[in-house]
Design a protein around this ligand. Structure first.
Ligand code: MLT
Length: 247
């Protein structure tokens, strides 16, 4: 059986959502496909980079880990990228704005990425058999992938500084809304679906009304919200392959 073969079905597929990384434990991830969601901005940026030709995304926990990892790559093969508190880091090639990850910048490169909340969530997913990256920009592709899989799924929101994040939860709700009627929904998935219902007519509002969206506007990165709100812009699903995410 290849690692993309769907599981043998014994029950209807089950989808649950975790609103904060603190709800993502070994028990939750050990048998589920995990979709890690950080709409503002880590998973949006990762999807954008791969859509524009990056070779892979290599998440690292801390900026210093990034610098050390960068030193192991031959010149020109990798870019050191990420943020702290939304702002680019000294000596790094790129921050965490999707628009920076243009094809001519990222094509063929490994993106070494450290972010405040997103890479922390990925560390919590370490024991999951399968981890995908989801955002509004690739929601349709994620749903297609999950419909082909039809096994248990955990939609894991990165949140903000350990707490709840409106835009991640609304994205999880959008994904739940698009799954077929045979999916059983856990309580978190049902709540995410309900919150999505509040914003479904204008999903951009969830980004502009969220504390992190307002913070990004305050530090001059409001244009990023437009890129992060572009539902279904890219049709690809980054998937963990060893230490990196690729397509
Ligand atoms: C994060 O991982 O905390 C976010 O992507 C923060 C950001 O860059 O806006």
């Amino acid at each position: 059986m290849s690692d993309r073969d769907p599981p043998v079905l014994t029950a209807m597929p089950y989808v649950e959502a975790a609103f904060i990384p603190g709800q993502v434990g070994e028990e939750q991830v050990s048998e589920a496909v995990v979709v890690a969601i950080d709409v503002l901005r880590a998973t949006t940026t990762a999807v954008t980079a791969l859509a524009n030709g990056a070779r892979a995304i290599l998440p690292v926990a801390e900026p210093e880990d990034g610098r050390q990892t960068m030193a192991t790559f031959p010149p020109g093969e990798a870019l050191l990228c990420g943020e702290r508190y939304g702002k680019p880091l000294p000596g790094f090639h790129l921050g965490n704005s999707p628009a920076e990850y243009r094809p001519e910048v990222v094509r063929g490169k490994t993106i070494i990425l450290t972010t405040t909340n997103g890479t922390l969530l990925l560390a919590k997913c370490a024991k999951a058999p399968e981890v995908l990256l989801g955002a509004l920009v690739n929601a349709a592709a994620v749903v297609e992938w999950l419909e082909a899989w039809k096994g248990d799924v955990l939609l894991a929101c990165a949140g903000r500084h350990g707490g709840f994040s409106l835009e991640d939860t609304v994205c999880a709700g959008l994904i739940v809304s698009r799954l077929g009627g045979e999916w059983r929904k856990g309580p978190g998935a049902a709540e995410a679906l309900g919150l999505y219902g509040v914003y479904r007519r204008d999903l951009r509002r969830a980004l502009w009304e969220s504390p992190h969206g307002r913070y990004l506007c305050d530090i001059g990165l409001g244009d990023d919200l437009v890129d992060c709100a572009a539902v279904d812009r890219y049709h690809l699903v980054p998937r963990r392959q060893g230490e990196v995410f690729g397509v």
